[in-house]
Design a protein around this ligand. Structure first.
Ligand SMILES: Nc1ncnc2c1ncn2[C@@H]1O[C@H](COP(=O)(O)OP(=O)(O)OP(=O)(O)O)[C@@H](O)[C@H]1O
Length: 758
């Protein structure tokens, strides 16, 4: 008899580390039949961890007359080939542990289902480590579905899920997740990560200093193959469960491992996923040979209810849903990278692929929600009619700290209403909530006041404490902050609160002055000092600020060669007018400001004198940009509205909720100045209409911001890649900066931001 078998495995792609071993196991099982009278031809297709590729390859082979398939490790790939199996009357041996919830007539399932593998693991974890579980998984069907069952299981046992995170296929940067794990202090970590993400996850576990004796990882997936790739030192002490481990000490198993490694390569680890693949292939080939047909219904019928003695004990094919009853073991990784059995069911555990009272049955349009939640920065929450949280977008989880699967109590709802603006979209089976954080209202938290500057932001408040110290002394002050953050207002407040308050406050923007006029503006000049000089000469700003304060704005823009003159004046407390020889004493407090990073300029650009910097920077105040203190936006808006009402006699005193949300989420690159201007414009238009301020009154770039958020993210990505490319192509930062057309200091800053190294 001639048998053709299609092998659908990912020989490349993120899950290839597991699937290559499965592919070898299938070939090994088939090789056993090659000596018999039957000829078996295999057709291998690399499905590249990609469901669409799996469906395409399966269809191509099915069209060519292949009836028997083995493979499709991920549930996404399996689900993608089901229509092909139906259309061409084919059989798939699906040899991976999976989430259950399926009983397809064309599939023979030889992997473990959650009640066999996951529940046993969790039970063992609770008994030996504790009941608080943190779940981390790859973002696709198996982990999400498995965790739904984990939640049901935990709820029934009064255990708790303290964290639940999903990462995309191939994800590698787990640092932030480990920070969360450390914060939440679970007793065990339950991992359903698949593919290449498994390796950095276990490696980083060790690097961040976690202890497997305190908080081990329990994973139904991470087996001998993955431990081999990550290195035994990273796998050691963690747990998995399966029917089969390479370390099963029987003579038969040692023989099997020996023979298989002779076939597949000496170093090939053997895992349960591979054993299940070998077993499934062997059982199906046995049936075909016995009943002499490739007709899938006949094969299934022949397999149903059969009992087999295998290397891991007795296995029975369930006649109803074609999953296997089997014994299950829990193993802990030794320092040699093998599993030491710490628990053994000894008896078979029947498969229960269908959980009762499933959450997913109720989760209407869940996939749509999930996809939306991924691309959107909105905080989206779906709550079933019974009050269960059936879905949270990443943002929502971050904001609420709630868990999927938990129930919203009355208190939680109250708290939600206090903290968020809630847009509710009622559905048939569940309600959708979109949450937007409310800022603490002005009345509930009175702002910190420093002159005319008010803030509820704690970081800014502690900076302004330095302002109070400055007001009580005569020390020079350097104010740092982006344009429009209110540097001049802070300088004015320091002056007004100081003992010089009755003296003048003179503001000079050194950045705006023409280079050849800076000295005469600051220090004055005598008659005939230069062409065009006013008759009788003129006093400069320093003298004008006598007994008061001089505010030197944009000090970072002052030409390098003039900085020394300024330094001398500060050190000697004397000035000489241009064209004069007489030294005049000055009693002026200096407050300087800049939006540039002077330390970087000193270090990398050599465009600012360090001695001047240290003279000016006796006390420094850094004003956070508005995007980092969005809690200040609401009260600023209302202060501005009051100012405008006074200035224009009347006008709107309110901003509609939706417009306020937009204002709160916009990053305000021009800071308070931009906010004030935007609001003044909105005030005037709304005033004309006799209405409150609404979305339509805001400037277009503010209105279009929320739609462009996703693009903005990718712009950042593009920026990162461009810098990486320039850095990789060149040998020095100077060269890379010149290719990019940016200052070297900017390049260093960006490289730091994106963690790029030379
Ligand atoms: N705390 C505040 N409360 C109310 N208005 C403020 C506040 N801070 C700044 N503003 C307003 O924002 C605008 C910009 O402020 P200011 O000129 O002090 O900023 P700046 O940082 O010195 O700007 P630049 O860097 O461009 O010189 C002004 O209209 C000012 O009135």
């Amino acid at each position: 008899m001639e048998i053709k078998v299609g092998l659908l495995f990912s020989l490349t792609g993120t899950t290839s580390i597991t699937e290559i071993g499965q592919w070898k196991a299938t070939k090994y099982a088939i090789s056993k039949y090659e000596t018999q009278v039957h000829s078996i031809t295999t057709f291998t297709r690399d499905i590249r961890s990609d469901p669409a590729q799996a469906a395409k390859e399966a269809e191509d082979l099915a069209k060519a007359g292949i009836k028997i398939f083995v493979g499709c490790y991920t549930s996404a790939c399996r689900k993608a080939v089901l229509p092909v199996l139906e259309k061409y009357d084919c059989l798939l041996v699906y040899p991976a542990l999976y989430e259950g919830q399926e009983c397809h007539p064309n599939v023979f399932y030889t992997g473990e289902v959650p009640n066999q593998q996951v529940h046993t693991l969790l039970e063992y974890g609770a008994q030996h480590y504790g009941k608080r579980v943190y779940a981390i998984g790859t973002d696709y069907v198996y982990p999400r579905e498995t965790n739904q069952q984990v939640k049901l299981f935990l709820k029934g046992k009064e255990h708790s899920l303290v964290g639940e995170r999903y990462v995309p296929f191939g994800f590698t940067s787990f640092y932030e997740i480990f920070q969360e794990i450390v914060e939440k202090k679970p007793d065990i970590i339950f991992s359903t990560l698949v593919g290449k993400s498994v390796i950095p996850f276990y490696q980083m576990y060790k690097q961040v200093g976690l202890d497997f004796n305190e908080m081990p990882i329990f994973s139904p997936i991470t087996k001998e193959t993955e431990v081999d790739v990550m290195g035994a030192e990273f796998g050691e002490g963690h747990y998995s469960s399966a029917s089969y481990f390479q370390s099963i000490p029987s003579i038969e198993n040692r023989q099997f491992v020996e023979n298989f490694q002779q076939f597949a390569g000496r170093k090939q680890p053997v895992s349960s996923v591979m054993f299940n693949t070998y077993l499934g292939t062997q059982l199906v080939l046995d049936s075909i040979v016995r009943i002499e047909t490739e007709e899938f219904r006949e094969i299934i019928y022949h397999l149903s209810g059969r009992k087999y003695n295998t290397l891991c004990g007795t296995i029975v094919t369930d006649p109803n849903h074609r999953h296997l009853s089997r014994p299950v073991k829990i193993g802990r990784v030794t320092h040699e990278g093998q599993f030491e059995t710490v628990w053994d069911s000894e008896k078979e555990i029947s498969p229960q692929p269908f959980k009762l009272n499933t959450i997913s049955e109720r989760s209407y349009h869940k996939m749509v929600l999930r996809n939306w939640g991924k691309v959107s920065e909105e905080a989206v929450l779906a709550v079933s009619s019974e009050g269960e949280i059936v879905y949270q977008s990443h943002q929502a989880a971050k904001m609420t700290n709630w868990m999927e699967g938990s129930f919203v109590t009355k208190e939680m709802l109250e708290k939600m209403k206090r903290s968020f603006y809630i847009h509710q979209y009622p559905g048939k089976e569940q309600n959708l909530f979109v949450l937007k954080p409310k800022l603490p209202s002005i009345s509930s938290k009175s702002p910190y006041v420093f002159g005319h500057v008010k803030t509820v932001n704690e970081e800014y408040q502690s900076e302004l404490e330095v302002g109070k110290i400055a007001a009580e002394s005569s020390a020079n002050v350097l104010i740092l902050g982006e344009t429009g953050t209110g540097k001049e207002m802070v300088a004015q407040a320091i002056h007004n609160m100081s003992e010089r308050k009755n003296g003048p406050f003179i503001s000079v923007n050194t950045g705006l002055l023409p280079k050849d006029l800076i000295t005469s503006e600051l220090f004055g000049y005598v008659d005939g000092a230069f062409t065009g000089a006013r008759k009788g000469g003129s006093t400069g700003k320093f003298e004008a600020a006598q007994n008061g304060t001089i505010f030197l704005d944009e000090i970072g823009d002052m030409p390098f060669e003039l900085q020394v003159t300024l330094l001398r004046a500060i050190e000697d407390k004397k000035i000489v007018r241009v064209g004069d020889t007489v030294e005049r004493p000055i009693n002026t407090r200096i407050i300087a400001a800049t939006n540039r990073d002077l330390e970087e300029e000193i270090a990398y650009e050599n465009s600012f004198r360090s001695d001047l910097y240290y003279r000016l920077n006796v006390l420094s105040i850094t004003i956070p940009p508005l995007r980092e203190r969005s809690e200040d936006i609401e009260h600023l808006c209302f202060e501005f509205l009051k100012d405008f009402q006074k200035a224009y006699n009347y006008g709107p005193g309110f901003i509609k909720d939706e417009a306020l949300q937009l204002i709160l989420s916009y990053p305000w690159p021009g800071n308070i100045r931009e906010l004030r201007n935007a609001l003044e414009r909105a005030f005037l238009i709304a005033r004309n209409e006799g209405a409150s301020i609404d979305m339509k009154h805001l400037p277009k770039k503010v209105r279009s911001f929320s739609e462009s958020k996703v693009n903005k993210l990718s712009l950042k990505e593009v920026e990162k890649r461009t810098i990486e490319k320039a850095v990789n192509q060149t040998c020095s930062a100077a060269e890379a900066a010149s290719i990019l057309g940016i200052a070297r200091s900017t390049l260093y800053r960006k490289m730091k931001e994106y963690s790029i190294s030379m």
